[in-house]
Design a protein around this ligand. Sequence first.
Ligand SMILES: Cc1cc2nc3c(=O)[nH]c(=O)nc-3n(C[C@H](O)[C@H](O)[C@H](O)COP(=O)(O)O)c2cc1C
Length: 197
Amino acid sequence: MPVPKILVFAGSIRSGAFSIRTADAAVGELARQGADVTRVSLVDYPLPIMDEDLEREKGIPENALRLGRLIAASDGLLIASPEYNSSIPPLLKNTVDWVSRIRRDNGRAFRPFAGKVAALCSSSDGAFAGVRGLYHLRSVLMACGVEVVTPQCSVGRASEAFDEDGGFREERLRQAMENVVRALVERAHMFSTAVER
Ligand SMILES: Cc1cc2nc3c(=O)[nH]c(=O)nc-3n(C[C@H](O)[C@H](O)[C@H](O)COP(=O)(O)O)c2cc1C
């Protein structure tokens, strides 16, 4: 049975980011459930602000193509994001927007997001746990042709949520992460067996 390949990244590059810690917890759970995990940080894929003049003059930035190739090589994505003003942080939105503009790579038709499946996690030190931003992120990814699994894991009061080993103190969160990862792995497995890469 093929092992689903899952790409994991956080929607923040802040040092000590809660979303990076949430992504770390997701990586641990993905490994426990037998996924082949690739972990990246958006700090390694800096991009200019999306600007159609820039796109017309210079084309798609190489960092968007690099990330697009990683997405295309994966069966599924797991994104752990903060929310900014109840929505998607600009770093993540800008990255998704650039990757969504890719049409070709080396002369061949290429749409990195097409037919991919994703799972979403959020975190915040507040009580809402970033959950409002995930509704926007879900909607944006669906507009890009990504299927987003229904379960999600949102970590509230994030400064107190993790133990010394990076696990969740609360069983409720451990269970939520297990559920979202299971949904992603199952769906990604169906995609990986149905789609010839
Ligand atoms: C512009 C801005 C808007 C924010 N809006 C929200 C918000 O709507 N909800 C929330 O829970 N936290 C909000 N925050 C606080 C972030 O959740 C907090 O900075 C968090 O630590 C960022 O995520 P990170 O730890 O993954 O970097 C906002 C922060 C910034 C800078």
